[in-house]
Write a protein that binds this ligand. Structure first.
Ligand code: ATP
Ligand code: MG
Length: 1005
């Protein structure tokens, strides 16, 4: 029920006809043919009408359009059935076969080629070399078989003179692994000699090179040879040479050796030469005309010329007593023998070629355990029904073959179908189809059947003629409803007495002429020819004639007759097809003129009738396109229905399937069997398939979601576990650190250094801050232990040193930390032995007067004023004031500055003793401390800084600047830069004016 075609092209499936009548059927067939639609379905059967013109419907695009699609998705095409057969084989591991039938010239062989090409095109997408080579040989074998097996007849320019059944084997992966060809050669019964030509020979004559022909003693003119004379009448095309080349190359590809190819052509040449051998008789003995040809035949067949002559003119007969005598032929016998010999040569050559190809393509080393099930697609291209004016033995065999195939069709399609409906309890309108078993029996039944009667007649010793045989049939078959003859129905003038008999075939009545039946059935070939060939020196030829080795005296079983051989091969074929899932291509030949436009109604109707297409449509219409077990239907489509997804709660699968069907509104299109659902039209199925296809991505997403969720949860649980473990471990590390610290510092109280030398353990990262704090804590505690032991009298000094340490923050080179800080150096008798007493006095007065409570610092210094005048002075700093004293006048107070006006001080980073005391009024005091007796060479700046800073920090901030270069001071608001220079020869430090301030010159030491 193909889509995509408008109704103007007619109905693409005959099932869709409004009424199943022959008129409507023919009308549709004709319309489609005229519109260039050569394919039409009957369900899954393809009806094909030979277009007699090249159609643009077999290209790669078309292959792609049909690949993997369902039958009803595209317009009818051979590719669609090929794909269906391939899919059934691949998906369900079913062996399938495609039966192509139709009369000569209806397009069977073409169809089989397209099918093969399609299968080759869709398999092996990976381009695996070994598969490609199998495909290549399979395709090439066609070319060879056609070259040797086809011939031009008056009904088909390229008529297959053999029926062909080809199995293609596939591995589990759906790739071709090999094949097998069965041929049903009818040539012998088709009357090969006289009037027909041999495709292989013609191909050789027209296509072979001159040297090649010469070596075979042939001329490049088919008209010269009796066997090719008729074929020669056709126009020579340029294709012949290239087709000869193609055949040669195909032979090479398949694997024929050069010797073999040569032998093949030698045999063909001998056949042609043999056809031209003439005899003459002088009334007594028979002679051969023109012995040159005999020499050539002998050379080509690698035999002795004498033996050839003898075989052509005599036959050896064994007498009862084991004696052997030679009996001369009559001229008629000789001609008969010659033609029989030529036919036999041709037949054995062809069979040998087929066997040779089979040996190449046969599947080797296939192990089902290893390679999976080996499946098969069979393609059968076999002659259809033949009904001529004059029908002979050949038509009898062909028509019998078609009766057998019809049986198979009935068996597989009609009976199976009806049987299944019965089994499943489906109400089924019984179609009355004609079961042709009775005709098959008429032909093949043992003892009573026509073949048996023929064989019997052939076996009878003595002169049994065709007429005697007809009489015997008339007697034995008189009662048979499908058999008649003039004798049995004397009023029927269409038959002659003693000549005709008529079989009522399922396809129609056929009147056969009995003339020649016996000879054709005996298919006599004189033993002498067999021996002649067996004794050939050409091994290929010898191989074809194994039966020639029997000695003449050996009593052999009579060879089976042609009809029996044919029957046996057809029975075997039907058995082979019977176990496969069949697909049918029914070919129709639109006219006798090979015209692409002519549609001969009568001819076509005749073919439609005997192909049984009408019955086919009726069964199909009554039937169901699709059936499947409930469980499988459910499995496939359960996602399309809310009641069945993901699992149903109904009593049975059947009910669940019903729910699906009801949900989609197909109730009227289905029937419920006992175990299976039957769907009438593919459209319903298509709808289900589409819905399923649309849902699959959603389901996939759903499954992905669930699975991703599960994965994430798993990961999360793992992470949590990891964190729990990490937490425990961290806590353990913290505790371990505590324990360690505890154990290391347990005895610090009793240690001499209060644990200063104890090494801290490395803390875990989490405790780094804690670690810093504990270290600090311990330091403080440790400092406290140290400070606790300092006597109060030393406290001042310690405090000053701490203050200096902080204020100078390590930037000054020497700050006298290591010596004892005495503070009041001017009052110190050791430092100023001469003047201390007078200073003490002045100091006392000042204490009383200014009420200071503490001397912060006193000592000598050199100071400089804003007039660049530098003088020695005594410096006294108390907690109230800073005094400048005149040391030479008993420390007379020269200047008294309240301590509050000082805002900070600057010193250098070097070892000089310069100090700049900054004041809030920007009138700084710049001086250089002088060292007394006590510490002649030691720093006093540090002590001054410490004392002042310690004093000030209790009240205000007192900044100390340690300058690396010039020290900046203000004098009456004016900025002055003071640098320090070492000057050799300088005995005491002294200020000197510089460009922008002062230079302190210090002695070098
Ligand atoms: N699909 C097609 N497209 C074009 N031409 C075709 C097609 N089918 C058949 N023909 C033409 O019809 C001719 C006969 O077809 P084919 O040889 O397949 O007939 P057949 O049924 O095999 O006959 P026979 O029984 O004599 O072998 C072909 O040579 C070709 O010219
Ligand atoms: Mg053919």
């Amino acid at each position: 029920m193909a889509e995509l075609e408008g109704l103007e092209f007619g109905k693409s499936d005959f099932v869709l006809l409004d009424e199943v009548t022959m008129e409507q059927f023919m009308e549709n067939l004709k319309l489609r043919f005229e519109k260039g639609r050569i394919y039409t379905y009957i369900g899954e059967v393809v009806v094909s009408v030979n277009p007699y013109r090249q159609m643009d419907i077999y290209g790669k695009d078309t292959v792609d359009a049909y690949r993997g699609r369902e039958l009803y998705e595209n317009p009818p095409h051979l590719y669609a059935v090929s794909d269906a057969a391939y899919k059934a084989m691949k998906r369900r591991a079913k062996d399938t076969c495609i039966v192509i039938s139709g009369e000569s010239g209806a397009g069977k062989t073409e169809a089989s080629k397209y099918i093969m090409q399609y299968i080759a095109a869709i398999t092996n997408p990976g381009q695996r070399a070994e598969v490609e080579s199998v495909k290549n040989v399979l395709l090439k074998s066609n070319c060879v078989l056609e070259a040797f097996g086809n011939a031009k007849t008056n009904r088909n320019d390229n008529s297959s003179r053999f029926g062909k059944y080809m199995d293609i084997n596939f591995n589990f992966n759906g790739e071709p692994t090999g094949g097998h060809i069965n041929n049903y050669l009818l040539e012998k019964v088709r009357g090969w000699v006289g009037g027909q030509d041999d495709g292989g020979a013609l191909n050789l004559l027209r296509g072979g090179s001159d040297e090649m022909l010469e070596s075979f003693h042939l001329q490049n003119d088919p008209a010269v040879y009796i066997y090719t004379r008729e074929g020669a009448a056709t126009v020579t095309s340029n294709n012949d040479r290239s087709s000869h080349k193609a055949v040669m190359s195909a032979l090479g590809v398949i694997g024929f050796s050069n010797e073999e190819i040569n032998s093949i052509y030698q045999i063909l040449a001998s056949i042609l030469l043999l056809g031209n051998v003439q005899f003459e008789t002088d009334g007594e003995s028979v002679q051969i005309l023109g012995l040159e040809a005999i020499d050539h035949i002998a050379e080509l067949t690698a035999t002795e010329a004498d033996s050839v002559i003898k075989s052509l003119l005599f036959r050896t007969v064994a007498t009862g007593g084991g004696e052997v005598i030679e009996k001369g032929h009559t001229e008629q016998d000789a001609c008969f023998g010659r033609d029989a010999f030529a036919k036999a040569l041709y037949e054995r050559l062809f069979c040998w070629i087929v066997n040779r190809i089979n040996s190449v393509i046969e599947v080797k080393d296939y192990n089902p355990v290893l390679h999976g099930k080996n499946t098969v697609i069979g393609v059968l291209d076999i002659y259809g029904f033949e009904i001529f004016e004059n029908n002979s033995f050949e038509q009898f065999c062909i028509n019998y073959c078609n009766e057998k195939l019809q049986q198979l069709f009935i068996e597989l399609i009609l009976r199976q179908e009806q049987g299944e409906y019965q089994r499943e309890g489906i109400t089924w309108q019984h179609i009355d189809y004609f079961n042709n078993q009775i005709i098959v029996d008429l032909v093949e039944q043992p003892h009573k059947g026509i073949i048996s009667i023929l064989d019997e007649a052939c076996l009878t010793v003595g002169k049994v003629t065709d007429t005697v045989c007809l009489e015997s049939m008339d007697t034995k078959l008189a009662q048979h409803p499908h058999y008649t003859s003039r004798k049995l129905s004397p009023t029927d003038k269409t038959m002659d007495f003693q000549k005709h008999f008529r079989i009522r075939h399922y396809a129609g009545d056929v009147t056969y002429s009995v003339e020649g039946f016996l000879d054709k059935n005996k298919d006599l070939l004189f033993q002498d020819f067999k021996r002649l060939m067996y004794n050939s020196a050409d091994p290929v030829l010898k191989e074809m004639w194994p039966d020639g080795q029997l000695s003449i005296t050996e009593v052999t079983k009579r060879p089976l007759t042609a009809a029996t051989l044919f029957k046996n091969s057809i029975v075997a074929l039907v058995d082979k097809l019977g176990c496969k899932e069949p697909y049918y291509v029914r070919c129709i030949k639109p006219n006798e003129m090979k015209s692409p436009v002519l549609f001969d109604d009568a001819r076509c109707q005749h073919q439609v009738a005997y192909l049984g297409l009408m019955e086919n449509v009726m069964v199909r219409r009554a039937g169901f396109a699709y059936r499947q077990h409930y469980a499988r239907v459910l499995q496939r489509y359960k996602m399309t229905c809310e009641y069945t997804w993901p699992n149903h709660l109904m009593a049975s699968d059947r009910e669940a399937v019903e729910a699906i069907v009801t949900q989609h509104g197909f109730q009227d299109d289905v029937a419920y069997g006992h175990t299976k659902l039957f769907v009438r039209t593919p459209r319903s199925l298509y709808t289900l398939e589409q819905e399923r296809a649309a849902l699959i991505p959603i389901l996939v997403l759903f499954l992905q979601k669930v699975w991703r969720g599960a994965l994430a949860r798993m990961r999360c649980r793992r992470m949590r576990a990891i964190y729990a473990i990490m937490g425990c471990y961290k806590r353990y590390k913290v505790k371990a650190h505590f324990w360690e610290v505890e154990s290391r510092f347990a005895n610090v109280r009793t240690m001499a250094d209060y644990g200063k030398s104890v090494e801290w353990p490395n803390p875990p990262a989490a405790l780094s801050k804690f670690h810093k704090n504990t270290v600090m804590l311990h330091r403080r505690w440790w400092a406290r232990q140290i400070v606790k032991n300092i006597p109060p009298s030393d406290m001042l000094e310690v405090r000053a040193k701490v203050a200096a340490l902080t204020a100078l923050s390590g930037e000054r080179k020497d700050w006298g930390v290591s010596r004892a800080w005495e503070r009041d150096y001017l009052a110190n008798a050791r430092d100023c032995p001469q003047t201390s007493s007078s200073f003490i006095r002045v100091s006392k007065d000042l204490r009383n007067k200014d009420m200071y409570s503490q001397v912060l610092f006193s000592g000598f210094c050199r100071k400089v004023n804003r007039f660049n005048k530098s003088t020695d002075r005594g410096l006294l700093i108390t907690d109230k004031c800073v005094y400048k004293l005149e040391p030479n006048k008993q420390y007379k107070v020269l200047k008294r500055l309240p301590l509050d006006i000082f805002t900070g001080l600057s010193v250098t980073s070097e070892v000089d003793q310069m100090v700049a005391l900054h004041t809030s009024s920007q009138d700084d005091v710049l001086l250089c401390l002088q060292r007394g007796e006590l510490c002649t060479n030691q720093d006093r700046v540090g002590e001054l800084v410490g004392a002042l800073v310690d004093h000030f920090t209790r009240k205000v901030h007192f900044p100390v600047k340690v300058c690396r270069s010039a020290v900046q001071v203000h004098m009456r608001g004016k900025v002055k830069n003071v640098t320090v220079e070492t000057r050799p020869g300088q005995t005491n430090a002294d200020f000197k004016k510089s460009r922008d301030g002062f230079i302190l010159l210090v002695p070098a030491n």
